[in-house]
Design a protein around this ligand. Structure first.
Ligand SMILES: [Cu+2]
Length: 420
C-alpha cells in the first residue's frame, strides 16, 4: 500500500508554495494505539516535501472500514487573502479478498521523532549551532530533554522487520538518520537525505527526501533501541520551529531481513518525486515594492511599536519615510495587535540580512541577519505561538540598521536602528 499527499484548490490546481502550503499534516488511526507515544496511531506525515509512502511487497497496513482516520494539519497561508484549499491523499489499497492479498504480511507504523509526543514537536536550529556548518538534534543540543526521557528513542516491544522509512524535515534540513542499538552496539540503519532543487541551496521547500529502497529490510529484536536524529544547515540561516520525524514501518518477522550489526544496511535511498512546479517562485529578485531602509533617515522610535493590519506601524519596508531609532542600550517593544483578529494573526520580527528588500519567494527572505534575533510567533493560545503578543528588541545590539521580516508572512518586512 502507499499514500501520496498533496494540497489543491477547488479546481484541482496546486497553489504556489509561496502562497499557501501544507506546513505539516499527521494522519492518525483512532482505532489503534501508537507504538511510541500515548496517542492514537500516527501512520503518515507530510509537509510540503510531499514524500510518497510506499510499503514494499509483501507488506501492507491493515485497514478496516470501522477504523476512524483523523488528519491533524497545519496550513500556512502566507498572504492576507482567505482561500479554500483541500488536503488530498491518494491511497493504494488491496482488498483483503483480492488475489494480490494472499501472503501479505502486516506492518505497523513506528513514529520516530526528535520531539516525540509533543503536540507541536519542534526545535530551533539557529545559525552557528553545532559546528557552525551543520547542527544535529538532539546530539549537539544542550540538555535537549532536560531530565526527561530521550524523546528520540524507542525500545522495540517485539521482534520484527523494519521495511520502510523516510524523513520529514523543514527548509534548512539536510538529513534524518535512524539507528538501532543492541548490547551497547549502535548500527546506522538509514539516512534520509534532503535533495534540494532550490538554486539557493538548503533553504526552501524545493526539496525531496530519499526513502528506503524496496529491498531494505532490517531485523530488530525486542529490547533493541531505535533512535533518530535530524541535521540542519546551520551556516546559511536560522531555522525556527523545525521538525525531525521518521515514520518507520515495522513488519511481522519473515521475509529476507538483514542483521544491522553484521550487514551494512544503510544503503542509499530513492526519491519519490522530483522538482515540483509549485516551488518555482524562489524570490530574491529586485522588487520596488520594498524600500532600502538602510538609506532612510532616523526618527525617534516610540517605546511601543504596534503591528496592525500586517504593517509594522513604524519602519515598515513598504511605507516608511524614516527608520525608528533608539540609542544603544535602549529598547523598543513590538506589540502585535493582529493577535486579536479572529483566531489570531501571528507575526514575528526575525532578523534578515540588510537591506532584505528583494522579492518574496520560497527562498527569500531568510533568517540570515548578521546579528540573530527572533521574536517567536506573537500570539496567544499555546504552540505554535510564543503565548505573548509583545517582544522587546535586545538591549545589547551594536549600532546599526537592523532589517527583519515576518516568518509567517514574509511579505511583511521592516527595520529599526540603533545609534551611539
Ligand atoms: Cu506575520
Amino acid at each position: 500500500m502507499g499514500i501520496r499527499p498533496n494540497l489543491v484548490y477547488d479546481d484541482g490546481s496546486i497553489p504556489g508554495v509561496d502562497v499557501v502550503h501544507l506546513h505539516h499534516g499527521v494522519w492518525l488511526n483512532l482505532g489503534a494505539p501508537d507504538a511510541t507515544a500515548a496517542l492514537p496511531q500516527r501512520f503518515f506525515a507530510s509537509g510540503e516535501e510531499k514524500t510518497a509512502m510506499l510499503l514494499p511487497a509483501p507488506y501492507g497496513y491493515p485497514y478496516s472500514t470501522t477504523d476512524h482516520w483523523v488528519l491533524n494539519y497545519m496550513l500556512h497561508n502566507l498572504t492576507p487573502e482567505a482561500t479554500q484549499v483541500w488536503v488530498t491523499y491518494d491511497i493504494d489499497i488491496i482488498p483483503a479478498d483480492a488475489p494480490e492479498a494472499v501472503g501479505m504480511l502486516r506492518a505497523r507504523p513506528i513514529w520516530m521523532d526528535v520531539q516525540n509526543g509533543k503536540g507541536y514537536p519542534v526545535f530551533d536550529a539557529v545559525r552557528g549551532m553545532g559546528d557552525g556548518v551543520t547542527y544535529t538534534y538532539p546530539d549537539q543540543a544542550t540538555a535537549p530533554y532536560g531530565n526527561g526521557p530521550q524523546l528520540n528513542e524507542w525500545v522495540a516491544d517485539a521482534d520484527g522487520t523494519l521495511i520502510a522509512t523516510a524523513g520529514h524535515l523543514h527548509p534548512g534540513g539536510l538529513h534524518t538518520d535512524l539507528y538501532v542499538e543492541r548490547d551497547g552496539q549502535k548500527a546506522h540503519a538509514f539516512r534520509s537525505e534532503a535533495m534540494y532543487y532550490e538554486p539557493a541551496g538548503a533553504v526552501s521547500w524545493d526539496v525531496s527526501m530519499t526513502a528506503t529502497m524496496p529491498d531494505w529490510q532490517v531485523s530488530v529484536r525486542q529490547g533493541d533501541t531505535l533512535s533518530t536524529t535530524a541535521t540542519y544547515d546551520s551556516g546559511l540561516a536560522s531555522w525556527y520551529e523545525s521538525m525531525g520525524i521518521m515514520v518507520v514501518w515495522m513488519g511481522e518477522t519473515g521475509g529476507d531481513a538483514d542483521d544491522p550489526f553484521t550487514t551494512a544496511v544503510d544503503t542509499p535511498g530513492m526519491l519519490t518525486h522530483g522538482h515540483l512546479a509549485e516551488n518555482d517562485n524562489h524570490g530574491g529578485d529586485l522588487d520596488n515594492r520594498y524600500l532600502d531602509l538602510t538609506a532612510l533617515p532616523s526618527a525617534p522610535a516610540s517605546a511601543t511599536i504596534p503591528i496592525q493590519d500586517w504593517v509594522y506601524t513604524e519602519g515598515d519596508m513598504n511605507y516608511a519615510v524614516s527608520v525608528p531609532t533608539v540609542k544603544a542600550g535602549e529598547s523598543i517593544t513590538y506589540e502585535n495587535l493582529d493577535a486579536n483578529i479572529g483566531k489570531g494573526q501571528w507575526h514575528t520580527i526575525t532578523a534578515c540580512a540588510a537591506p532584505c528588500n528583494r522579492s518574496t519567494g520560497i527562498a527569500y527572505p531568510l533568517a540570515d541577519g548578521p546579528v540573530i534575533f527572533d521574536s517567536g510567533e506573537l500570539g496567544l493560545g499555546g504552540p505554535p505561538t510564543a503565548d505573548r503578543t509583545s517582544w522587546a528588541i535586545p538591549t545589547d545590539l551594536p549600532p546599526g540598521t537592523y532589517t527583519y521580516f515576518c516568518r509567517i508572512h514574509p511579505i511583511m518586512r521592516g527595520a529599526f536602528r540603533v545609534e551611539e
